[in-house]
Ligand binder design. Sequence first.
Ligand code: BG6
Length: 466
Amino acid sequence: MTEKLKFPKDFWWGAATSGPQTEGRFNKKHANVFDYWYEIKPELFHNQVGPDTASNFYNSYKEDIKLMKEIGLNSVRTSIQWSRLIDDLETGSVDADALRFYNDVIDEFIKNGIRPIMNLHHFDLPVELLRQYGGWENKHVTDLYAKFAKTCFELFSDRVKDWFTFNEPMVIVEGGYLYDFHYPQIIDGKKAVQVAYNLQLASSKAIAEFRKVAAKDAKIGIILNLTPPYPASDESEDLKASHIANLWKNRLFMDASVHGEFPAELVDLLTSEDAIWTSTPEELALIKANTIDYLGVNFYHPDRVSRPEFSTNSLAVDWMPDKFWKEYHMPGRRMNHDKGWEIYPKAMYDIAMDVKENYKNIPWFVSENGMGVSREERWMGEDGVIQDDYRITFIKEHLYWVHKGIEEGSNCFGYHLWTPIDCWSWLNSYRNRYGFISNNIHTQVKTIKKSGHFIKTVAEANALDI
Ligand code: BG6
């Protein structure tokens, strides 16, 4: 017997993507860090495919948005590229072609009945700011970012009512300053701590500008990748390890964005490690005063966490925040195809309850969830409809737990899959396919997958049959 799970009125049924992963570099004045990295080291990118064409959204946005409408999406998140919109990065003047482009894109979404959700930073710092100032290590860049954000609010908040300052700031920290998968490939725990702080500062400064200039009916938030850390056992060492991992990976940005304060325990820990960021009372007051209206939660996989393997004294010379914990794969768990990510849908419910109980029950939505598949969805030979039943199952399982969270009072107002149309993805390029719609990157032919037809029925009914 099937059960029908009804979702709240006006639920956002949609999908998420970003400017740097879809537009292509057409008519773009500045390179972002990934554009540049591909220029100097193409061999690092899967099959050496870079962001030059991406999914050609700059040229095909009308057709792409039509397809998104065809699969019933009522909301779509993408991003405005700083490196495209801004002509002079110091003064913040606007590039005329970029202005035309983003205006057209926004109008096209609205014309097709799709709510445009705009994010302002998706791993795409203009590379000149890295070269000139050391990027996010330098607080001047937080001012330049706030200026760019203000320009976006002034130009577009008459039509865009939903804004997000950053996508996954922790990934910028981990990728660029700890684990070597983003440019500038620095591995330095103390710099990572300062960059984390500066990213939060930048987000809060953008919110401060938003409160001054944005249309009154617009809202702003931040998108965080929340990976609940589950301890390996009930023993105190494992509990402690997962507690610290949670403070660093999740609570740093969550607490600062929702409550306006970094977790005191984390500040104490970093201070005792002589790794605390440099801050001023004025900056901390600004962070306190400029909290978010709502939250985007990207969820892909949980973290299984145990005590670190070695005693802290025997650890490497350089300080790293993860000296306090170890991540491991839990044997026998289902994995997300080739990604090596554990599938654990119940974490959606745990997140829902955490937001409800510890974060003022702030409104939130699933801003990304998804299944990256490489073997079955090769980027060649896509003539027919991709029968991605595994993705449908994945979505249903996660929605089940989102719904349970809502039933128990968590304030979730939407679900976005990563991603509407298969898009380019950083070093992985086109390795993992996530979309409701496939994209042949040679011909740019886009075809709705079985999951695209599935989501249409869910969105139309505002309900899920399980
Ligand atoms: C998300 C990012 O975390 O993961 C996206 O916000 C990214 O930008 C997505 O494309 C999938 O990543 P990957 O590497 O599996 O293709």
